[in-house]
Design a protein around this ligand. Sequence first.
Ligand code: CU
Length: 131
Amino acid sequence: MKRPLLLGGLAALGLAAPAQAQPDWSRAPRVTVSLSSFKFAPAALRLRAGQPIILHLENTGSGGHDFSAPGFFHAAAVRPADAGKVGGGSVDVDGHGSVDIALVPAAGTYALRCTHAFHSMFGMKGSIVVQ
Ligand SMILES: [Cu+2]
């Protein structure tokens, strides 16, 4: 059974619709990346261009880390409600914490690293390939 889209209903009422139609995030698969001292798993993340996902960042260690990929986030369409979590292209993830970012990735190859002092030097870096 199909229900009318909420946006259609709002438009019919004459209410302003968002400038950009949002994907149906409830259908977006969850892609988990775990952060720990000092690595990302998987370190080589592969995503499909234009496919909405929920990026689930999980810090399995006790120390804080971040998922820093400015080029990736800049090119992607991040759900407006999650945009505030991506400061300067980096997402902070507290020890034993997790953060979800809904986004639609754009094609490209992007560098990933943790910007905490010395973490990338110790191996906390990776790549994101979107095809
Ligand atoms: Cu780190």
